[in-house]
Design a protein around this ligand. Sequence first.
Ligand SMILES: Cc1cc2nc3c(=O)[nH]c(=O)nc-3n(C[C@H](O)[C@H](O)[C@H](O)COP(=O)(O)OP(=O)(O)OC[C@H]3O[C@@H](n4cnc5c(N)ncnc54)[C@H](O)[C@@H]3O)c2cc1C
Ligand SMILES: NC(=O)c1ccc[n+]([C@@H]2O[C@H](COP(=O)([O-])OP(=O)(O)OC[C@H]3O[C@@H](n4cnc5c(N)ncnc54)[C@H](O)[C@@H]3O)[C@@H](O)[C@H]2O)c1
Length: 609
Amino acid sequence: MKNYDVIIIGGGHAGIEASLASARMGAETLLITQNLDHIGQMSCNPAIGGIAKGHVVREIDAMGGEMGQNTDASALQFKMLNSSRGPAVWSPRAQCDKVLYQRRMKQQLEKTPKLHTHQAEGLSFVTEKGKVIAVQTQFGDKFEAKAFVLCCGTFMRGLMHFGPQQLPGGRTGDTAADAISDSLKNDLGLELMRLKTGTPPRVLAKTIDFDQLERQDGESGKFSYWTRDKAYETIDRGGIPQMPCYIGRTSAETKRVITENLHLSPMYNGSIDAIGTRYCPSIEDKIHRFADKDSHQIFLEPEGVFTEEYYLNGISTSLPVHVQNQIVHSIPGLENAEIARYAYAVEYDVVSPHQTLNSLALKPWPNLFVAGQINGTSGYEEAAGQGLIAGANAAGLVAGKPPLVLERDQAYIGVMIDDLVTKDISEPYRLFTSRAEYRLLLRQDNADRRLSKIAYDYGLLPYEKYKIIEEKETLINNEIERLKNERSHGKSLWEHLSSHKNTYDSVVGESDFSEEIKEQIQIDARYECYIQREKQQVERQKRLAKNPIPEEIDYLNMTGLSNEARNKLSRYRPVDLGQAARIDGVTPAEIGLIQVHIKRWEESQKIKA
Ligand SMILES: Cc1cc2nc3c(=O)[nH]c(=O)nc-3n(C[C@H](O)[C@H](O)[C@H](O)COP(=O)(O)OP(=O)(O)OC[C@H]3O[C@@H](n4cnc5c(N)ncnc54)[C@H](O)[C@@H]3O)c2cc1C
Ligand SMILES: NC(=O)c1ccc[n+]([C@@H]2O[C@H](COP(=O)([O-])OP(=O)(O)OC[C@H]3O[C@@H](n4cnc5c(N)ncnc54)[C@H](O)[C@@H]3O)[C@@H](O)[C@H]2O)c1
């Protein structure tokens, strides 16, 4: 029997950030994962970031996580998506060298003090007096800890579909993890559900006719606040070059092949019961749902410099392998392409997230935390964001700290977790900027200003890093003060800067400030009134959240509630009125009713006492 403070099970994107957060907070941490060489493997496309996902990477980075730095160190190209639109929706995205990403991440874990990595499969939990006390592996080892984080990704009872062919597995090349799923159901009494995702084929570069495709180069930029002082071009990537992506399009022939073979897709002939990602649809889904469209765009993404494989972003499918060949060959430029790896779909078990708190602890098992795809999300970044919170909270629990919960006005990570625990998750959840109600507060460019103090106070971020952000904040605030006091042509410089026609340079002239600081000041000035409006909305929401709901409140017998509200409130058991108000189907009038009911309940308690 071996003893730790915290044990993490599963070394994917969630497990990595959970392990690092826990160890960096000083907890003796063990990461158990099925294959150490697959730590941080990108199960699907070799890219980090994108719409709203890029915000999450910046947030993880600002809180001391690894995903941003690891992306910078393995990036093949960087792009800022949505840069023609407002700053709230700018979204950084990078193509990565898949192998370098994984290898560097593994080494980062190995180099971290207090973090131990161990190759094994977690089979079952041992419990005692309402707590999880140990996990057992296939080798007969029993590892004890004070807190646990489960990050099994797509592996629990994973079943892969290649057309009619079904193979057990968490993803190709990896075995499924069935036993732990049984333990969650039978030993811990948890409710599980089934979801599915998929991936497109990979083809070999020498068989692609690049002349028929549109070349797409990257631009300068990077993710991490801690590599920001270095120019993008000078980040140490062990000499790997930058690589272009290519754009192609499906043809009328693609549509014909798919339409004629739709009955062979497990998604359409009923072989897969699980619900898939509406927002990352398969090519058969797109052709079926958008029947009026003649063609769909695809991105050809290099998987790395040590491989000739290209990822065909946009044609994820679970059609049989012979149909996959016809689909690929119907795309101009891919007429002679050789498929190196077939596309497939995978079904897996998820821990229904209504059983989880905002801290990511399970309600019935307060020292067991869950993070990543196992909570019903889809995406590396979503998984990593949850991992960081779950790992911090596991270590926090051991150290006797109150839970670290990010609110909806503080971080996209907070929006995501709150959505997971209050909304019906019936399909894989992915983040969008539209999921956040306070988009101007939660920009990708200000994640450090929003979150590094919180992370420092909780013990996640060391002082030498926090100091950099603290100094930056002081510079920004002093400069804003100066701009508000200095006047020119009858207006303060700040008022001049608030006009969309002006820039910091055009108003102030030469200065010693970095581009990053000038950008912050400019955004703060231009969007001041909108930012103020969002802050007022936050205050209103906070007033509601100040009303905690006693655990004893019985919604099932509460008169005046609709059946939908009654059932959902009983299922999700919101901790305060703010959270109750965010549950789909609960109306403002019903919130008023609950408020009255709480008052009555409190008075009855006083009389009893
Ligand atoms: C086919 C496919 C296509 C996908 N497409 C994309 C995509 O294009 N882009 C995207 O952003 N997301 C995609 N996803 C989802 C993405 O892979 C996940 O969202 C992300 O990897 C989830 O991270 P995670 O840490 O939760 O789990 P994973 O990355 O799945 O990692 C889980 C880890 O836990 C280990 N493990 C599991 N059970 C046990 C156990 N009992 N004991 C020990 N170790 C265990 C596994 O070996 C694995 O290392 C896809 C997933 C798959 C499988
Ligand atoms: N295949 C699946 O079933 C599945 C499941 C879960 C997640 N995912 C993946 O999650 C990831 C994030 O999803 P997403 O919808 O934001 O996709 P994304 O990040 O690939 O695309 C977002 C936007 O980025 C742009 N873009 C895409 N590829 C690009 C490239 N190579 N170069 C420049 N710009 C590019 C496009 O304008 C696109 O609309 C995707 O990579 C998707 O494949 C897929």
